[in-house]
Structures are given as C-alpha cells and as structure tokens.
Design a protein around this ligand. Structure first.
Ligand code: ACO
Length: 377
C-alpha cells in the first residue's frame, strides 16, 4: 500500500474515514444506527441478544437451526477454566473490575488451543467462546467483591437471564431480563469507536483475537468511552435529587467539568440508542418504584440541553438502569464489555479478511537535529 502523507492534522482522527465496514452504520444526520442494515431499536424490540450476536458475526439473522446450534455452543462454553477462575479470585479487590476483565481475557488467550489459528472457523469459535464466558468473569468478580461465592452458569437460561442468575444467585424476573437484554443489544456494536478501532489496530498487525480484545477492554475502561456509565451513576448519587440538579450542573460547568453521559464524537443531535434505553430505564423505575431517578434524569438532561445544547449518550440512561437492576457501579463497564464482545470480534474478523497494517504518521514537533554533548563524567 502506498502512503501519501497529507499535511492536515485531524486531532483525535476526528472526521477521518479510516476504512470501510459492513457491520454497522451510524448516521448522525438521521440519528440512526443500523446493525447489518437493521435499525438497532427494532432489533432490541424484536429479537434476542443471541440473534444479534449471530447477525453481527455472520451478516444475517440466524435460521432456527443456526440459532439452536449457536445456543448449544454458547451454553457449553459458559464455564470458566479452573485456573482462570482461581486467578480472578486472587486479584486484589482494590483493582477496577475492568482490570479483571482485561486480565481474564488475556489469560483465556494463553489457554485457548486455537489462539494462533486465524482461520474463519477458528475466529468464529473464539468469538463465541469469549462472548459466552464473559458473564462468568463479570458475575464472579462482583460476587467475590461482595464476599459471596461464585454461582455456576445454568444451561436452561438464555444469555441475559443466565448473566443475572450468576450475578445475583436468584431467578431473575422477566421484566428485568427484558430490560437487561435490551441494553445488551444496544451496547453490542457502534462502528469505529475507540475500543473497536483499538481491536482493529491490534488485529492489523496480525496479532491474535485475544490480544485485540484485551486491548479493546483497556480502551473501553476510560471515562470518555465505556467508563462513562459508571460516572453517570456517581453523578446521580452526588446530586441526590432533581431539585439539586440545576445548581449542581451550573457549578460543574463553571469549573469546566465534562458532564458524564453527555455528548458524542459522532452524534451531535442525539444518540440513536438513547430513546430505547430511556424507555428501558422507565420500565426499571416502574418495576422498582423509584420515580425520583427519572425526575433527576429529565431535569439534568433538560438543563444540560438549555445551557450547552448537548444531548445524552447511551451511558446516561444505562448507568441508572444498571443501578436499579442491582449491579454495583464499578461493574457497569464490564457489562458493556460482555455486550461489545460481539461487535469487537466481528470487527477483528472483518479487519483480518481485508487487512492493511494501521499505521498513521505524525508531524514531528520536537527539537531539530542537534549534537549529542560530550559526557560530563
Ligand atoms: N460536558 C460538558 N461539555 C461537553 C461535553 C460534556 N459531556 N461534551 C462535549 N462538551 C463540550 C466541550 O467542552 C467542547 O466545548 P468547547 O468547544 O467550548 O471547548 C464541545 O462540547 C465539543 O466537545 P469535544 O470534547 O471536543 O467533543 P468530542 O467529540 O471530542 O468528545 C466526548 C466526545 C469525548 C464523548 C465528550 O462529549 C465527552 O467527554 N463526554 C463525556 C464522556 C461520555 O459520556 N462518554 C461516553 C461516550 S458514548 C459511549 O462510549 C457509549
């Protein structure tokens, strides 16, 4: 490939078209997001997260037989290898749960017999195994931090119901499964966001899938990306109630703080996923009888729009929704990991299928060439 350096610097690669992708289409002009051509809000309403995973990997929704085969394989791959489980239990609880996810995926790579096999079949099998096992990692981590024993996966439950079962050790209520499932579908894929692009950069060196996903988890951890859903909940707790929201916001903006859960690099008129997740949050508020959450949500959203003309992103409704479901705040971004595993691995496979090493250039702005001084000794 010939590289023709351009003199224009696009800080943060903003607006740079780095490649093509057939996995999802983000259209900021119409506030829409399509997975393989299907509107994400319709997928969230009509199909399961398992079907969405299949769609992202294969390009089409599964037939009944294809879904049954994937379901069988996913349920068979839910259990963590003993040594990975033991390693998780040994990690300090002072570390962030995203560190646990990152470490677990890296270790799973070291154990995976197909780690270095980049055939399409092996890549699909690894993607499925990584996706299937993430609830075991995340749930075990939340439980050990609470001083609870791990709960084994159940193969009579779908992905989301089993996730909730392992996290809380109780049969999940259908309304909560439905809400959680919608969040999994909404978080699954979002084109060349920072973590997905990281996965593609790593894949472009011909490194293995587990390395790409490990790097993606590192990128997702930051509060400007996935970490924002945790920061939103912390903001809600700091504000406390709707009547304090406006004063809090004015203070925060006066001290030039970024308000977590607001703004987006691509969407400038609203994140396509927010209306669906706002409705899910409404369902959870009704289910758990906590109307104050929505009062605060709406008041802060409106005040932010009036003052800064900035709208919420998906993390804004997702944070309080996960809190109502009973998850600890520091587990919210790992939930995002489990969902986005589908999108990341789809991009790893797409990158590998038509690879070019991703290696931009930079404009040097350090000292000009100079002489090394003689040794002072
Ligand atoms: N709070 C306050 N001001 C904001 C916010 C915000 N959340 N977002 C943007 N702005 C302001 C900026 O201060 C800037 O103002 P200025 O021109 O007066 O300096 C202007 O809007 C443009 O903002 P940028 O940061 O340049 O926009 P960018 O596209 O680089 O950033 C980002 C997008 C990082 C998401 C930003 O909006 C932000 O930091 N949001 C908070 C973190 C967050 O919610 N991240 C989740 C992203 S979505 C996801 O991962 C699911």
């Amino acid at each position: 490939m010939t590289a023709t350096p351009t003199s224009e610097i696009r800080k943060g690669l903003a607006g740079v078209v780095a490649d093509t992708s057939a996995i999802s289409k983000v259209n900021p002009a119409t506030n829409s997001l399509l997975y393989r051509g299907y509107p994400v809000q319709d997928l969230a309403a009509r199909v399961s997260f398992e079907e969405v995973a299949y769609l992202l990997w294969h390009g089409e929704l599964p037939t009944a037989e294809q879904l049954a085969e994937q379901t069988r394989a996913e349920r068979a791959a839910r259990t963590l290898p003993d040594d990975v489980k033991a390693a998780i239990l040994e990690l300090p609880t002072a570390c962030h749960p995203m560190d646990v996810c990152r470490t677990a995926v890296s270790q799973l790579g070291a154990h995976d017999p197909q780690a270095e096999d980049s055939s399409v079949e092996a890549e699909l099998a690894k993607a499925l195994r990584l996706w299937a096992v993430m609830p075991s990692v995340v749930a075990l981590d939340q439980r050990r931090r609470r001083g609870e024993l791990g709960v084994e996966p159940r193969d009579d439950l779908g992905y989301s119901a089993n996730f909730l079962w392992m996290a809380f050790g109780a049969e999940p209520e259908p309304a909560v499964v439905k809400a959680f499932e919608a969040s999994m579908v909404l978080y699954a894929e979002h084109s060349f966001n920072a973590s997905t692009f990281t996965a593609r950069v790593i894949t472009s060196t011909l490194a293995d899938m587990h390395s790409a996903v490990t790097g993606a988890i590192g990128a997702l951890k930051g509060p400007l990306h996935g970490g924002a859903n945790e920061a939103v909940q912390e903001t809600f707790e700091e504000i406390g109630s709707a009547d304090r929201a406006v004063a809090w916001l004015e203070d925060a903006l006066a001290s030039k703080k970024k308000i977590m859960g607001f703004g987006h690099r691509v969407y400038k008129n609203g994140d396509s996923r927010v209306p669906t997740m706002r409705s899910v949050l409404g369902d959870m508020v009704e289910h758990y009888g906590e109307p104050g959450v929505l009062d605060l949500y709406d008041t802060l959203e409106q005040a932010m729009f009036e003052r800064k003309n900035i709208r919420p992103n998906l993390d804004y409704p997702a944070g309080p929704a996960y809190h109502l479901m009973g998850f600890d705040t520091n587990i919210f971004t790992p939930l995002f990991v489990a969902s986005r595993m589908t999108g990341w691995t789809a991009h790893v496979m797409e990158q590998r299928a038509a690879n070019a090493l991703i290696r931009p250039v930079c404009e040097y702005n350090g000292p000009e060439q100079r002489e090394v001084p003689g040794s002072a000794r």
